[in-house]
Design a binder for this molecule. Structure first.
Ligand code: SAH
Length: 515
């Protein structure tokens, strides 16, 4: 969903779509699993692909067989050749705003970034106001609007602003990195390159800014206080999707001691959980991507009416006919997934990159045996759309020019995203570091209301020289962010905070606490 409301020049549709059901949902996956060839027949000669990336993916699938959804998403979003964020952008095209595909909260209202800035200040105040060593880290900064609003706001808190040593921007796209540099440092500011990434100097307070392609390249200093924000970053990380299917019992395993009796050597052997039970046997199967058959129709692909005017998508999602490497291991990685294995047709989405990012954030704040800290310090605020306590299901969605489209169409030109599994993030953070605790997720409406969005909007509206039209724009945009109704962003979007472990004694502001 991406909405149509302005902030001065910030117009467009919010990115979160109404709960999206991907087209494979209404099809019988069992039926599909029978129809999917392990390898694509070479029937696509002369076929017209919608983008060069589509052809490249189809060629690769001809050789390797259908690919995991995560591989497809990664290539489409951040692949070198024509990725949505990393590819060359068509002339005049932009991902964000009216002319682009979607708009996000910081693009809708400046108050969003201002309140994130205030949240950082409150954490700094609550954690002893260090005079130096504070780092701001943003994951997936888009056009840089959020960081711009943060930096402008914290100029009003001189001691905090002066404590900031470096700002790190984790950004995969060279084009967006350039846009962020122009906004935060000015169009003429020089940019230099080092082993860590690209460097420039912020126009606010001359703070050094470093761009890195991955959080792993951001230096981890055990004395520093990292203040981290990720807005609509986790929804762009690739997921694997699985379904539990009942399978015919397999012949008894070979006697103990024989190599054939070990799970490793018998990949499709049911897991120990199944063996304990004399009932039916279940296996996880993975949703994989393959080209749509040349004779596919909108009806045969179960494409919803609203998308039937669009060309047939290049690709389709089907269930693998046998277990895959990922289906054997990922669904066994948490009791939340294991609990669903014996419920036939359960679908789960798992995002290993989100687990990795959450673990990295937790290590930076709380330390781990491998990455010890002087003492836990810092805070992370993750804002996104997703599920509070359930595992996301069929959440893959495609958006192009403010419209819902098939996520497997026009690869590289369609923005694809998924629901964020906030519980998985919390689990990963607390598992990796004993030095952190997690607050939330809370609905965006609660977070922004507690942070004072209404009061800030009233201040902006009453400022001298604000026209009636501008005042009503300000009103509409902030209300959109906290609206809990179907078109609003207050309920679907959520916030989670990762903080130094404190026995849950201090709640952060926006999550029920105060300074
Ligand atoms: N936070 C911004 C932009 C959200 S769009 C806003 O709210 O407006 C997602 C952002 O994450 C883009 O900047 C995109 O280039 C970046 N991104 C997506 N996947 C990434 C990855 N794997 N590594 C680094 N950056 C990524």
């Amino acid at each position: 969903m991406r909405a149509l409301l302005p902030r001065a020049s910030r117009l467009g549709r919010p990115r979160c779509a109404p709960p999206a059901l991907c087209h494979f949902q209404s099809q019988s996956p069992r039926h599909l699993s029978c129809t999917v060839p392990r390898r694509t027949e070479n029937t696509d000669e002369g076929r017209k692909w919608s983008t060069p990336l589509a052809k490249q993916l189809a060629d690769a699938i001809t050789i390797t067989g259908p690919i995991p959804l995560a591989s497809y998403m990664r290539m489409c979003l951040t692949g070198d050749i024509g990725g949505y964020y990393t590819g060359l952008i068509e002339e005049g095209r932009d991902q964000f705003g009216l002319k682009g595909d979607f708009v996000t909260s910081p693009e809708i209202s400046q108050i969003f970034g201002e309140l994130v800035g205030i949240w950082f200040v409150t954490e700094w105040l609550s954690q002893g106001k260090p005079k130096k060593g504070v780092e701001l880290i943003e994951l997936g900064p888009g056009r840089g609007t959020l960081m711009d609003d943060v930096l402008r706001t914290i100029q009003n808190f001189k001691d905090f602003a002066q404590s900031i040593e470096t700002i790190y921007m984790v950004e995969a796209s060279a084009t967006l990195r350039e846009a962020q540099k122009t906004l935060l440092c000015g169009p003429d500011a020089p940019m230099t390159k080092s082993e860590t990434g690209y460097h420039s100097i912020s126009k606010y307070g001359n703070i050094p800014i470093v761009w890195a392609e991955s959080v792993r390249s951001v230096p981890d200093k055990p004395d520093n206080m990292p203040l981290i924000v990720a807005h609509e970053f986790f929804d762009a990380l690739p997921i694997h999707a699985f379904q539990s299917v009942e399978v015919a019992p397999r012949p008894n395993p070979a006697p103990t001691g024989s190599p054939a009796s070990t799970p490793e050597s018998s990949p499709s052997r049911p897991s120990a959980t199944d063996d304990k039970n004399s009932g039916p046997t279940f296996e996880w199967r993975e949703f994989v991507v393959s080209p749509t058959p040349p004779d596919a129709t909108h009806a045969s692909l179960n494409i919803p009416k609203s998308e039937q005017q669009d060309p047939i998508p290049d690709f389709q999602l089907t269930l693998s006919a046998a277990p895959t490497n990922h289906s054997r291991y990922l669904p066994e990685s948490s009791p939340r997934y294991r609990a669903l294995k014996r419920t036939p047709d359960s679908i789960i989405e798992i995002c290993p990159d989100a687990t990795m990012y959450a673990a990295d954030i937790a290590a930076r704040i709380g330390g781990t045996p491998d990455r010890p800290r002087t003492r836990p310090a810092g805070a992370a605020l993750i804002l996104d759309y997703g599920t509070a306590d359930t595992i996301p299901v069929n959440s893959l969605r495609g958006i192009r020019r403010h419209r819902r489209v098939n996520p497997l169409s026009a690869p590289g030109l369609v923005d694809i995203s998924v629901d964020v599994d906030f519980t998985a993030i919390a689990e990963s953070a607390t598992k990796v570091s004993e030095g952190v605790e997690v607050h939330g997720p809370v609905e965006q409406a609660m977070f922004l209301n507690q942070m004072g969005i209404r009061e800030r909007a009233e201040m902006l509206t009453r400022a001298p020289g604000v026209s009636e039209q501008r005042a009503s724009e300000i009103g509409r945009s902030w209300q959109r962010l906290v609206d809990r109704g179907p078109g609003g962003m207050g309920k679907v979007y959520k916030a989670i905070a990762i903080l130094p472990e404190n026995d849950g004694k201090r709640r952060p502001v926006g999550f029920g606490g105060n300074i």
